[in-house]
Structure formats: C-alpha cells, structure tokens
Design a protein around this ligand. Structure first.
Ligand code: MN
Length: 257
C-alpha cells in the first residue's frame, strides 16, 4: 500500500486523529502591547459585506483586518532584524510547513511561577528521557497558558513591573536556535519570548536567535495537552503574504491513537 493511502486510511478509520492547535480569531483575541511610542499591532476585526440581504441576497461574506502577528500565527525569519535578509513568510519552503513535533510540558512549573524560564538543562533532561529534539521539527512548549487565550488581560498578565509570562532564558534560546536541529518553536503565549524578555541580553532572545538562524515561531497554540511528548506531525498554514513577516495560521497536528 502506498504511504499516502495508508495515511488516508488512518485518517478515515480514526487511527490518526487531527488535533486543531489553532485559537479562533475574533475581536477579543489577545495581542502584544508595546510601549506607546512604538507602532502597535492591530486586533482582528471583521466587517460584514453582506449576509443574504439587499447587499448580497444569496451570500454572506466579510472583509477582515488583522496584524500579521495576531492570534495563532507564524513568525517568519524576516520578522526580526537578525533575520532581515532571510525568508519572508511567502518564501518559506512548503516542505518546512510539515514536520514532526515534540511537546515539553512545563505547565506545573508555570502554575507556581508565571515568570518561569526554561533553561538548557530542562531540555537536556527531557531529551535524556524522550530522545533528541527532532531534525526539521517543532519544539512545542506547553505552559498551560492556552486557557488565557480569550482575555487580553489574562494573556499578557501585566502589573506595575511589566508582563509576567513564561518563556526561555537567553542562553536557552540561543542553544535551541544554534545548537539543535529543530526548524522552530511553538508556544501558547502571545509571543515566543517571555514577558520579561525586553530586559534580557539580547532583548527578545527567542526572536533574535530563532529568526537570525532562519528558524520559525508559532504562537498562541491550543490543545498541546492532547499531543504526546513525541510522535505527532505538525502542519502549519500561514497565508502566503508577499514580503510578509508572518501570518495568522491554521496549525494542525496529526496524532496516532
Ligand atoms: Mn509573532
């Protein structure tokens, strides 16, 4: 039997489950907030064109406006100055939009400390149990932050001292980007970097090192708890925006049951 026939049989027979890792996009989808002197990303907005009415009697459709980095989305290498001469979102090879995924679960640590930072040793400890991070695959970080996707306030978790959300230390970000064979990292928070990462050296190290290494980011993922630590296959579908720095994406995982 051909591999694709086996795949289709697995999907139809239920041996392969398709898990949607995508948050729904709406006007309440959380977005990153930068200091007021800087440019801001747009919230998602739908504007109705017609809905079976005098504006279009038999059809319903909308226009929409959104930031490239709103909701579950894909970061292309040119999103960051360190990757400015690397791929835009339209140039990412389609082969790299499908790959194996591993899930590292830090939801317990993050429940105790929302500023929890993953270090190289945490990932090496995971590797000693589950094997090496996958070549041309995704490192997905589960933090339990997915339950906050419906609320700007809860997702950003900001107080007088700034946003408090989990992420990677600067050295861990450098190590993942430069010394592991993954093609990118996916998270449940609004961005790949920790809330406090503006104060890291370099600032926003996940963006700086991942994009600078030609790697990708995925954010605001849902349902990582439904994936096994290893063995799933991730399919990421950003829009092919010419020269774009990223795009809202439908992200799916295939999981063998
Ligand atoms: Mn982004």
């Amino acid at each position: 039997m051909s591999i694709l026939t086996e795949l289709v049989d697995g999907l139809r027979g239920g041996r392969i489950e398709v898990v949607d890792l995508t948050a729904t996009l709406s006007g309440t989808t959380p977005v990153l907030e930068l200091p007021p002197e800087l440019g801001q990303t747009a919230r998602f907005e739908l504007a109705e064109i017609s809905r079976y009415d005098e504006r279009g009697p038999a059809w319903y459709w909308n226009n929409f406006r959104t930031g490239e980095h709103t909701g579950t989305h894909f970061d292309a290498p040119n999103h960051w100055v360190s990757g400015k001469d690397l791929a835009d979102v339209a140039s990412v090879p389609p082969r790299r939009l499908i790959g194996p995924a591993v899930v590292l679960d830090f939801s317990g640590e993050v429940a105790e400390d929302p500023d929890f930072l993953i270090e190289v040793d945490h990932i090496k400890a995971w590797e000693s149990e589950h094997g090496a991070l996958p070549a041309d695959g995704w490192l997905l970080v589960r933090t339990g932050w997915d339950v906050r996707a419906g609320s700007q306030e809860s997702a950003l978790n900001t107080d007088e001292s700034g946003p408090h959300t989990p992420g990677l230390s600067a050295e861990c970000a450098r190590w993942v980007a430069q010394e592991t064979p993954v093609l990118g990292m996916g998270v449940e928070t609004v961005g790949t970097d920790a809330g406090a990462a503006f104060g890291f050296e370099p600032p926003f190290p996940c963006h700086s090192y991942l994009m600078g290494s030609g790697k990708y980011g995925l954010t605001q993922l849902q349902n990582l708890a439904m994936l096994p630590p290893t063995g799933s296959v991730l399919v990421a579908g950003p829009l092919r925006i010419e020269t774009g720095s990223g795009s809202p994406a439908r992200v799916l995982a295939l999981v063998e049951r």
